[in-house]
Write a protein that binds this ligand. Structure first.
Ligand code: PSV
Ligand code: MN
Ligand code: MN
Length: 388
């Protein structure tokens, strides 16, 4: 098995993008609870993300969701982020909260609505130019609720046309990342339900169109690491939206529901070159913290990814290949399980300290009194929420 010292170069490169919306209040259709200290503006969300990076060294960029994170001056927002030690990252388009999109956005049968949705993406590209962001991430709520409601095929054709129009507008250094999700909010069919559809759509566009894999967007029982392997193999894995789920798209803390699945995913990432220096794969969180405090929720999340990455990097690949070549099923499985069951927490803590970071970022945050100060300072105004 590799030694911890053998994997620190890779760990030092690890970067996990935080979603601005994770810092806002969120909930279910039953209730959105509010948390004292919740940001009121995009600037405050970025400040909270910067605090996560300060304590972990793991989260140098923040993703924005447009129009949730609307400001007058995006270049100034970028400067604000840099002053706090982070950069603005992926721009997520949002065509799911406008009355006009009731029956679809990029897939809508009415060309006027499709153009409105395309224009919303053009606006995101303008913002990307101001912030220096390279990735436009598209997730569509488009779909139908009843069989026969619309032509499944015509919607795919309209989607292809709309995406091509957006793709044409990308600058050479920019990428389009298409996220899939098997259901919700549409309940009969979703226009980009799975990695196959996303891959088919992005393949038709060009090399700078890639797939985003949100770990919570699959039917129960799906072998997600297989999809990771296949997309890496085909050079089309653009990014991850990490979170965890027990039932549907729960958006819980990554690694909370099924740490072993996270390990298996990261093992395929390592094996497929997704953590190599020249890797084009971006790692993001897409989570909501409905009942827990948001900053420590995000700290816990990036630490979970770091810890599981370390364990995946400890897989003894020479031993694994040997066992696989001789069809020694149990030995091969044992190699993986040995790495998965290695407790790396002590070595990670010491390594963090050696880099000037707190050994235990969760404790450092709790003891800093920062959460209490935020609650005192951030009174008045409207707390940002999922969707505001
Ligand atoms: C949709 O469920 C999704 O995963 C997309 O990435 C959205 O942008 C995000 O959630 C909003 O939370
Ligand atoms: Mn997502
Ligand atoms: Mn989701």
């Amino acid at each position: 098995m590799p030694r911890f010292a053998d994997i620190t170069d890779t760990l030092a490169r690890q970067a996990i993008e935080l979603p601005s919306w994770a810092f806002g209040n969120s909930g279910t259709r039953f209730k959105v609870f509010s948390t004292p200290g919740t940001p009121r503006t995009p600037e405050e969300k970025i400040a909270d993300a910067a605090k996560v990076h300060e304590l972990t060294g793991l989260a140098p960029t923040v993703a924005l969701h447009i129009p949730w994170d609307t400001v007058d001056d995006y270049a100034a927002l970028g400067r604000h982020a840099r002053e706090l030690g982070v950069e603005l990252g992926t721009i997520n388009s949002n065509t799911f909260q406008d009355e006009d999109y009731k029956f679809g956005s990029l897939t809508h049968s009415d060309a006027r609505i499709r153009q409105k949705a395309i224009d919303a993406h053009f606006r995101c590209l303008d913002i990307m130019h101001a912030t220096g962001s390279t990735d436009l991430k598209i997730w569509l709520a488009d779909g139908t609720n009843y069989p026969g409601q619309d032509s499944l095929r015509a919607r795919q054709d309209r989607l292809a046309e709309s995406l091509a129009t957006i793709y044409e507008r990308l600058a050479p250094h920019q990428r389009l990342v298409l996220e899939y999700k098997f259901f919700e909010p549409a309940f009969y069919h979703t226009d980009v339900p799975d990695w196959g559809t996303s891959l088919a759509q992005v393949s038709a566009l060009g090399d700078r169109a890639l797939v985003c894999l949100d770990t919570g967007h699959h039917a129960p029982g799906t072998n997600v690491e297989f999809i990771v392997m296949q997309l890496l193999r085909l050079g089309r894995l653009g990014s991850f939206d990490f979170n965890s789920r027990f039932y549907a798209d729960d958006d819980l803390i990554v690694g909370a529901a099924d740490p072993f699945q996270l390990f298996r995913i990261l093992h395929e990432v390592v094996a497929g070159g997704g953590l190599a220096e020249d890797s084009a794969v971006r790692f993001m969180l897409d989570q909501c913290h409905n009942i827990e405090d948001k900053i420590p929720g995000q700290i816990r999340s990036v630490l979970n990814v770091q810890e599981m990455t370390a364990r995946a990097l400890l897989v003894d690949h020479a031993a694994l290949e040997k066992a696989q070549a001789s069809h020694d099923v149990l030995a091969a499985n044992e190699v993986l399980m040995d790495a998965f069951q290695t407790d790396v927490r002590g070595e990670l803590a010491a390594w963090r300290e050696s880099r000037g970071l707190p050994a235990d970022p969760m404790r450092a945050y709790a003891e800093s009194g920062h959460q209490r100060r935020l609650a005192e300072q951030r009174v008045g105004g409207t707390q940002a929420g999922w969707g505001a």
